[in-house]
Write a protein that binds this ligand. Structure first.
Ligand code: NAD
Ligand code: GLY
Length: 368
């Protein structure tokens, strides 16, 4: 049943005095009840992009109380604009508006906007408040929760950034109505990831409900978003700054980030690269004897059923992969650390993959 304020469920990210809610509901982009309690003061800067602004910016601006000083910045759309230059445009707008330390930034968009706005909030006047209003499935189940913020560098994905938690996450499920199918599939990669790393029952549920999810059945989407956010919230509460268990959230990302960086940001969607990357991690887990053929087949089938690629890009050689993988943030000293599967629903972080086994995988893995 829908609550009068549109909120269907509220989860909590438990981080002591920096705890915050994740409100999940419908119609939340045109009502202020889930947003206003988390504003630090009267100054509000909404940051969005050229695709999302015509869809949702006016509704959001209009619903906020007239007493607030509400401004907006509209950035270009695309992973290739997830850069320190674009964060500079947010800083410029804040300074030009004369915003002080009690201002609040609102990230209205997908993970690219959310990551950049979080970093702008972390750094403006040494840290101001921000609220995440994620509008892609990927950002609703993953990037808006947990406080990882930042930008890409030409030499590596997400290499510049900070941990900075939002004051609230407001998930408007109905914003997915306008999301292209390819982007929905990209978001499903991160949903499947939670099943792989932590929750075999959720993985079975996803196998049974993949068609409904791809048809955007609202109840099924709400369930997938809530279960995903709960798993992420639990992991972040346990290990906010990725000293241990949080690294499991990088399943498929070591291979995936290499694909994204090598192919040029924006050519492969982040979720697509994670999909193929999880298929590579599952295949390596099979090669190392950690999972059996049946588990590998199931893993590949669920990734494929979400509309995600399994094969790696044709032009990427073993050396291309290794060059990027050696820069991965999980590595300690010069040891490559990979997230591998012990079983479906159980992952581990390993720095013990023999280099020749990894090289063999990278040579033999199917290319598109
Ligand atoms: P994105 O932000 O580029 O959004 C995808 C596309 O959908 C864009 O073109 C966007 O304009 C459009 N869009 C967004 N909402 C829409 C809507 N409601 N209707 C129509 N179009 C809409 O990509 P993404 O997949 O949301 O996020 C990927 C980014 O998130 C990557 O940079 C990745 O590194 C980052 N990420 C961060 C974390 C984290 O923990 N901080 C976790 C996972 C991913
Ligand atoms: N998406 C990885 C993390 O939040 O840790």
């Amino acid at each position: 049943m829908t609550h009068p304020n549109g909120v269907l469920r509220t989860l909590q990210v438990a981080l002591g005095e920096r705890s915050y809610p994740i409100h999940i509901g419908t119609g939340l982009l045109s009502r202020s009840e889930s947003i206003v309690p988390y504003l630090a003061g009267q100054q509000v800067m909404i940051v969005t992009n050229e695709t999302i602004a015509p869809l949702y910016l006016e509704a959001l601006t209009q619903c906020l109380p007239e007493t607030l000083d509400v401004r907006s910045v509209v950035l270009p759309d695309g992973e290739q604009y997830k850069s320190v230059e674009q964060v500079g445009r947010i800083w410029d707008a804040l300074l030009e508006a004369g915003f002080n330390r009690r201002c609040t930034l609102i990230a209205l968009g997908g993970g690219v906007i959310g990551d950049m706005v979080g970093f702008a909030a972390a750094s403006y006047q040494r840290g101001v408040a921000f609220i995440q209003i994620p509008t892609t499935l990927l950002s609703q189940v993953d990037s808006s929760v947990g406080g990882k913020t930042g930008v890409n560098h030409p030499l590596g994905k997400n290499m510049i950034g900070a941990f900075w938690q939002p004051k609230a996450v407001v998930v408007a499920i109905d914003s997915l109505d306008t999301l292209p199918d390819r982007e929905l599939s990209a978001g499903l990669a991160e949903v499947i990831k939670y099943g792989f790393i932590r929750d075999a029952a959720f993985l079975s549920w996803l196998e049974a409900n993949m068609t409904a999810l791809r048809q955007r059945d609202p109840e099924t989407l709400a369930e997938a978003i809530a279960r995903s956010c709960q798993i992420k919230a639990d992991i972040v509460a346990e290990d906010e700054t990725e000293q241990g268990v949080r690294a499991l959230l990088n399943l498929g990302h070591t291979f995936g980030h290499a694909i994204e960086a090598h192919q040029g940001y924006g050519n492969w969607l982040h979720g697509e690269a994670v999909g193929a990357g999880m298929a590579m991690a599952a295949t390596l887990s099979r090669e190392l004897g950690a999972i059996d053929d049946a588990a590998l087949d199931r893993a590949l089938a669920v990734i494929e059923s979400a509309g995600l690629p399994l094969a790696a890009p044709a032009e990427m050689t073993r050396e291309h992969f290794l060059t990027h993988m050696r820069r991965d943030k999980k590595n300690i000293d010069s040891r490559l650390r990979l997230v591998l599967l012990n079983a479906l629903g159980d992952a581990c972080i390993s720095d013990a993959t023999p280099p020749e086994r990894l090289a063999a995988l990278l040579d033999a893995y199917p290319r598109a």
